[in-house]
Design a protein around this ligand. Structure first.
Ligand SMILES: CC(C)(COP(=O)(O)OP(=O)(O)OC[C@H]1O[C@@H](n2cnc3c(N)ncnc32)[C@H](O)[C@@H]1OP(=O)(O)O)[C@@H](O)C(=O)NCCC(=O)NCCS
Length: 163
């Protein structure tokens, strides 16, 4: 059975953190120690882990990190979506995690932002994320997409921490 865990970082147990590191390790080549250090350094207590499990095994993960971006020259609280990954590609888990991400962003009542490689732009667009036109972005950032942001973007800037 598939279950969804939506956990604030301050409430995340060691065993959940280990599951998170194990699914991240399938996608990025960092040791568990380095991943735990990254999480401790970059996530605040109220940031959110989204973990999908199939019969207690992790199948998809993402985190939502509260950060501030400049949108149309105004400071805006946004949730940075990072570390989106699945245990196996092509099984529909990418659909499930995006549904959970979108629902979590809407519940938070703030925009979501994410950065991605070019080959993933269409994946995120499929779930309603919108690409910001590169000339509107400064300083130079990777492809930047937003969700749950309804105003027209004339300028976007982000110089905060990784997420
Ligand atoms: C990106 C990732 C999360 C997608 O998950 P997935 O399990 O492969 O996705 P799914 O199999 O559930 O596919 C979901 C849908 O997205 C589509 N899709 C998947 N990858 C896509 C891509 N690169 N471009 C466009 N569409 C894509 C699928 O065709 C599918 O559509 P369908 O349901 O209409 O058939 C997964 O490949 C992954 O973990 N990649 C490695 C980590 C990574 O690079 N993460 C991104 C960080 S920005």
């Amino acid at each position: 059975m598939i279950s969804v865990k939506k956990i604030q970082h301050k409430a995340c147990s060691e065993s959940i953190l280990n599951k998170i590191c194990s699914i991240k390790a399938l996608n990025w080549k960092y040791s568990v120690e380095k991943q735990l250090k990254w999480i401790e350094e970059n996530l605040h207590e109220s940031d959110i882990h989204l973990l999908l499990e199939l019969d207690s095994s992790p199948i998809a993960y993402a985190n939502l990190v509260a950060v501030t971006a400049m949108i149309n020259n105004r400071e805006q609280l946004v949730y940075g979506i990072g570390n989106v990954c699945t245990s196996v590609k092509g099984m529909g888990y990418g659909n499930l995690i995006m549904q959970e991400i979108n629902s979590a962003v809407k519940d938070l009542k703030q925009p979501g932002i994410l950065f991605c490689r070019s080959e993933l732009i269409n994946y995120y667009k499929k779930f309603g994320w919108k690409l910001i036109a590169p000339p509107k972005i400064s300083p130079k950032l990777p492809n930047t997409l937003t969700f749950n942001l309804f105003e027209k973007i004339e300028s976007f800037s982000y110089t905060g921490k990784n997420f």
